[in-house]
Design a protein around this ligand. Sequence first.
Ligand code: NAD
Length: 485
Amino acid sequence: MNLSIYNDIQNFVGGEFRPTLSGNYLDNINPATGELIGKIPDSNERDVAEAVEAAKLAFPQWSVTPVEKRFHILNRIAEIIDEHLTELAFAETIDNGKPLWLSRKVDIPRASANFRFFATGIMHFATESHNMEDSAVNYTLRQPVGIVGCISPWNLPLYLFTWKIAPAIAAGNCVIAKPSEVTPVTGYLLAHICKEAGLPPGVLNIIHGRGNTTGEAIIKHPDIKAISFTGSTRAGERIASLAAPKFKKLSLELGGKNPNIIFADCDWDKMMSSSIQSSFSNQGEICLCGSRILIEESIYGKFKKEFVERTKQLKVGDPLDESSKQGAIVSKVHFDKILRCIDTARQEGGKMLCGGTKVQLAGNCANGYFIEPTVIEGLGPDSQTNQEEIFGPVVTLQSFKTEEEAVHLANATSYGLAATIWTQDISKANRVAAKTESGIIWINCWLLRDLRTPFGGMKNSGVGKEGGWEALRFFTDAKNVCVQL
Ligand code: NAD
């Protein structure tokens, strides 16, 4: 299997690679060079309908395939991903712009971990029984939902695509999946891997294209009964408005504006290196990155000085260069959006402590989309900059005097995805964690993930949880059977 060819991406339907029925294609650009990687299908509702027909043919058999067999196939997919780590990491980097070392260390290993995790998870997935003394017993049957839609974003392309697909097929569903049109390559390569691993035709169908056309065709299709979506809050709102009247199951993992709460009694060195990572990893394009850094007033000056010095040392460069800490912004559209947000911060009176402009590289990357890691101070909690998700290498600093004020600032947005809390006082840490309106809280760490834990946001950051049993429950329908004794 050659996973180095992806200039002519095709849809994957019923186990075969097919051109789009629309006849239209989109350009796929390498954001580090501005060069064309290749073309991708700009699919329409006919492509989605064809995929649904293939899934319908596969479902009766797949839904009753013994879990041991599903385990073997999913586990084999994980092994093949690992065997092709080098090609997949390279593909992810030229498609997304993230540093190659990051794709190799995080994105691709996590994709195989997702398959391995749900391969074993389905072997241990048990259901409940409720006994009514000597009169009756109830047991819960958890059956696959049927045909489900999985739609993912561009920031962690294969990582998030597989985080949805693996539990869906492990639970016995057939899937219509769409990766982001901005980063379609590893989703396309996954189709080759699944075929090689022996996944039966029609169990996984991958349709490429834009959100408002291909994506909406998936959402609207009457035979697709559940939708797992990760992306922006704006798109989540639109999807909910289309799916809710059809009573489809919905899991929405949306945007964030995460606070990083730093108390004076924290472990300084650990906090500082972790805060640099939580601010700028993956160019700040991780939904879990902290973009509002809240610092106790007594250490504000010290924090600002060291944080800005360390931010200035982050090398922005060619993602293929092992020494680059920051790669390219994923697309021209997103690059322009981030620069506009920085301009807004300036207009609102924000002071640029470092960064604030694009980076012009030489050589191969002269036409790439690079932005300096940017630190801004002087903006209040109600400013647009502190309210709206930027999703780039841009953070703000704000100070607080008391624990109550820290919590108030942390909760002062419509989002509620993730938060970090830095303090050596464990009681304070737990108090603040309980009061912070975020679905995921890290105390004295960041991005430490146990795949069994519930994952998802509060408020405008989403509805429903992924991860562990939550995902397997989402992708199954519970049926109670009551047996009179
Ligand atoms: P996006 O919402 O523009 O697109 C995400 C995916 O949805 C893409 O595949 C896109 O084609 C599709 N899409 C867009 N509009 C659609 C519609 N109307 N119907 C169906 N599909 C549609 O998001 P993006 O710009 O690709 O990703 C960045 C966003 O994702 C950020 O807001 C970020 O916070 C969020 N995100 C959230 C999580 C999380 O777990 N909560 C994880 C990663 C990214």
